[in-house]
Design a protein around this ligand. Sequence first.
Ligand code: ADP
Length: 589
Amino acid sequence: MGVWFGRSKPLTSSSSSKVPAWSRTLTIVLVVTTLGMFASTALLYWQQERSRQALAVSIRTSGWVAYQAQLELVKSLAALRIATLDPSASEVDNVHLRLAILRSRLPLLYDSEEGRLLPDIENYASLFKRYENLIDDFLDGQHTQNTFEMRGEMERLANELDDLLPPLQTVLQSAIAYNDEIYRREQELANNSAIVPLSLLFLSGGLLIVFLFVQTVRDRNRLLAVQEAEAEAEVVRTNLRALIEAIPAVVIVYDTANRQISFINGFALALINPSPDHPDWQRFMEAAQTVLSTCSQSSGWGSFTFQREDGSIIALRGSCRSVMWERRPQCLFALGDTTQIQDAEYQIMQAAKLSTLGEMASAIAHEINQPLAVIRMAAANARRHLANGEIEPVSAKLARIDEQVERAKRITDQVRRYGRKPSLRSSRFPLSRAIDLAIGFVAEQYRMASIRLNLDLDFSPDAEVEGEQTLFEQVIVNLLLNARDAFEMSDIPEAARAVSISGTSSESDIRLIVEDTAGGIPTEILSDIFEPFTTTKPDDKGTGLGLSLSRSIVRKMSGEIVATNVPGGACFTISLPAPRPLELDRSAA
Ligand code: ADP
């Protein structure tokens, strides 16, 4: 059983069910329609109320205007009759006053806002104007007249005004009738005014209910969908958890922000340490992060080893990528235990090395024979000098013997070093030193085959890479011996035999190019050259494993090796990642 750190479980499904576009549009349409209905109902109601009030006020006033005019006519007639009988100054004044009032009332009948509402009033306008002129004439002229004349005038005017009574009566009656009609229409309006707004109100209310119903159904469906999705997600979560626990691989989630492990599966606990607080975990995370430092979506694969507190070394291979875990970005390490595979691989590599050594045995013996021959000669000379009693030259001979012993030791050291079993542990080593040792190992062979070896490294002698040094030396030795074999199988003249090793470095990687002038790789095997058992050499010489093992070694160092043909020869390019500065490693740990 794995260990889940933190409160919330990972792999939480975000159960946001998507609302379809048509449903959202329907909601908007319903809301807008309902609001529109309410607004138009209110507007309509307000307008009707206003016009109803305006109508009622105007119409009542128009009836009043007619009534006032008729009343003033009656009063004027009465005043005229009285003044005709008693033309005293006060009565005449009263006549004047009444007539003036009547004169002011008459234009109101046809020339005022209220008067214009009287039915057919325009037909009477000229008649009323004539009477206005009559009254004006009377009011303007009567001061100059004597009592008798005045009586006559007043009587005449009274008779004339009598004729105004019927039309005014007609106007008043039609105003009263009109008022009745108005009243009826007003009533009707009052009753009907509510019909349209009310039906609109019902309609919008109905729409609102439909809308709410649709919403409720939709919400219910959505809730069901969410519940279903959650149930499904829970099943997926359970299965995924069971899968993570069941797979024979290390699965670890690491929170880089607070540098803590959020999850460890059972296999990882069994492989690294059953206690998540054990220092082995710290060591493991340091090693994992150093190699798989670029924890991103596009992170690649990498291999690394780490040593447990009990001294055992574990080899792992896998990847690290960024995932959302407990709702925040974390690093997911998925790694396979490659300890056994690596052991087996190293055994094959060892066998291949020993086979190379066996192949080179005669050359090595030849190389050792040279200092031995010198030693023998120096010893014979020393003996001869001693026999002759000459002590002085003996010391020089002994110094020569010492020199040659040192030379022989260098050769045996190289053989021993090359034959040593590689360690499982990778570490940093200076690249140029490894290249020097590899060159030293094949130097005699190259001398014997008359091959010039040029070395041009443009990085510092301290430049380091991460890996197992003796294995990397074997890669260079393989490439150099393959070039030598290619020369031997060709008819390239000795003067043209050259191999160059050049090196460049950038911030991110170090590149080594091994190029020869031996004619190039046969094109039919160029694409498969790194596959095991690809060889063009005779059975007793080639195994077809050299380049495949070399690629495996370079890949373990998170690098790559490619082969191409260049004019006149073959070219092998090795790219290795430049190790991160040590301070960074420490801070990442
Ligand atoms: P082996 O050397 O045992 O054949 P390798 O994997 O080292 O196995 O090499 C595979 C084959 O690649 C060689 O047999 C040879 O045909 C070809 N090859 C390797 N290096 C060179 C080279 N520098 N020039 C030409 N051919 C090469």
